[in-house]
Ligand binder design. Structure first.
Ligand code: GLN
Length: 483
């Protein structure tokens, strides 16, 4: 039974469908395993043992079926699961219970997935290491002295530790892709609008997307197929056909043009990361792709633009946490005092920093100078991609400048912000992008490659990643220290 923990979700679903195992046995196995790994990993904020077993029994009884029937799935704790707390790893949501399922959760349930628990994150998804959680610390299963990456650190850590087959994260500037690269997983950020954000606590609405952490590309394709598509509750999801992503995966890259920004690799201080990514690019060529040089001249302004846009949108989105409508309320003599006390005690320092930054950027007299200008540079970044994608179908490069770092190592906010240098531009441009494990450094830490494609070319992106994964398998097939 133990060996079932190392298969992927597609295979697990097949075993349940063909009755080689039961959903209940599989769920019990994962829960029992989580019982062993959690004391050292701390990926979950809550495990729903009884609820999960009940969902699994419903699958076994034939009441629910679908492509993910019986597969244990974990959900980042900024996504609503009806009847359970949604904390966003913040004190301000203390006592809040989700009144409904997010659309993504609803669709996973309809596909038969078993929701096993809610995972840790940086408070309100603001961070790159998961250390900004106000509730607990999550450790990287490959080396527990290191961070799992963020903000979806818990979701990455549980799939790496084999205590879930799939998990959901949210990615605003890199929060799925960065932890996936730190934890040796596939992390998928869909094209903006491909997946509904209804029922996900908003951070920066023009950037947020929900996506899966998986062990294989085919699992990411399957998860996307289940979750994608029009949702009347999210006006940014277009009426656009959802391709059969898993059926479109190929084993070669013939006819594909892969763009590479040379300077990203040549100037990369960490040579092990540069080397692993270069080897993966060579594999792509061997699989039939042609490699072309591309330039993204405005990408270097990505971080600056992102911290204006994301903070501005966050300051507006987070104004709803006022001590009246949700969660924590700290009594005071008057209304203003109550707001001040509740928000003062409820939010952590990174969240406050963003709210202040964003409020300033949006304030009268500064709006044009900051938010207005950031919007213009965002357009330039997007145009760079438009012209790059005239020359190529995919852009390949490093996902992060380094592998997982030690907890406590990046104590100043700016050094933390720089972790997302490679992932942020795709978010600003609304592209689809993923992180794929391509190797390890000398210390045995996973290295991820960033692959990006034009908006709504999710099928092309997944197919290319699948082909590359096929040849990399022998090199990357390792299990973390805690799994
Ligand atoms: N690390 C980035 C930030 O702190 C991105 C976070 C995310 O994608 N949610 O905002």
């Amino acid at each position: 039974m133990e060996e079932l923990l190392n298969i992927d979700a597609t295979e697990a679903a097949r075993l349940v469908r063909e009755r080689e195992t039961t959903a209940e046995a599989l769920t019990a196995l994962v829960l029992e395993h989580a019982g062993k790994t959690e004391p050292r990993v701390g990926a979950y904020l809550r495990l729903d043992v009884d609820g999960a077993l009940e969902q699994a029994r419903a699958v076994d009884a034939g009441k629910v079926s679908g492509p993910l029937a019986g597969v244990p799935v974990a959900i980042k704790d900024n996504i609503h699961v009806k009847g359970q707390p949604t904390t966003c790893a913040s004190r301000i949501l203390q006592g809040f219970t989700a009144p409904y399922d997010a659309t993504v959760v609803q669709r996973l349930r309809q596909a038969g997935a078993v929701i096993v628990g809610k995972t840790n994150l940086d408070e309100f998804a603001m961070g790159s290491s998961c250390e900004n959680s106000a509730l607990q610390q999550t450790h990287n299963p490959w080396d527990v002295s290191r961070v799992p990456g963020g903000s979806s650190g818990g979701s990455a850590a549980c799939v790496a530790a084999r205590s879930a087959f799939i998990s959901l994260g949210s990615d605003t500037g890199g929060s799925i892709r960065l932890p996936a690269s730190f934890c040796g997983l596939v992390g998928y950020k869909p094209s903006y609008g491909r997946v509904s954000r209804y029922g996900v606590v908003a951070f920066a609405s023009s950037l947020d997307q929900i996506g899966p952490f998986t062990r294989t590309v085919r699992d990411a394709a399957l998860s996307l197929k289940v979750m994608a598509g029009r949702d009347p509750m999210d006006s940014t999801t277009p009426e656009r056909e959802v391709p059969d992503y898993p059926a479109l995966l190929k084993d070669h890259l013939k006819g594909k043009r892969v763009g590479v920004v040379r300077s990203y690799l040549d100037e990369m201080p960490n040579r092990e990361v540069a080397g692993a990514v270069q080897r993966a690019i060579d594999h792509m060529q061997a699989l039939g792709a042609s490699i072309v040089d591309v330039e993204l001249p405005h990408a270097e302004y990505g971080i600056a633009v992102y911290y204006v846009v994301a903070s501005a949108e966050a300051s507006s989105n987070l104004s709803r946490f006022d001590g009246v409508r949700y969660g924590l309320r700290k009594p005071a003599d008057n209304l203003l005092g109550m707001y001040e006390q509740s928000r003062g005690e409820g939010f952590g320092s990174e969240v406050k920093r963003r709210i202040m930054l964003g409020t300033y950027a949006l304030s009268a007299g500064h709006y044009e100078e900051f938010y207005g200008r950031a919007g213009k540079v965002r357009t330039l970044i997007k145009r760079d991609f438009d012209s790059a994608f005239e020359k190529c179908d995919l852009i390949a490069g490093p996902c992060a400048p380094f592998p997982a770092f030690k907890a406590g190592e990046k104590s100043d906010p700016l050094s933390m912000y720089l972790c997302d240098v490679f992932t942020i531009p795709a978010s600003l441009a609304g592209l689809c992008a993923l992180s794929l494990p391509v190797g390890f450094d000398a210390a045995g830490l996973p290295i991820g490659m960033h692959l990006q494609a034009a908006a709504y070319d999710d099928a092309g992106l997944l197919s290319a990643a699948h082909a590359l994964e096929g040849v990399l398998k022998p090199e990357v097939d390792r299990v973390p220290a805690i799994a």
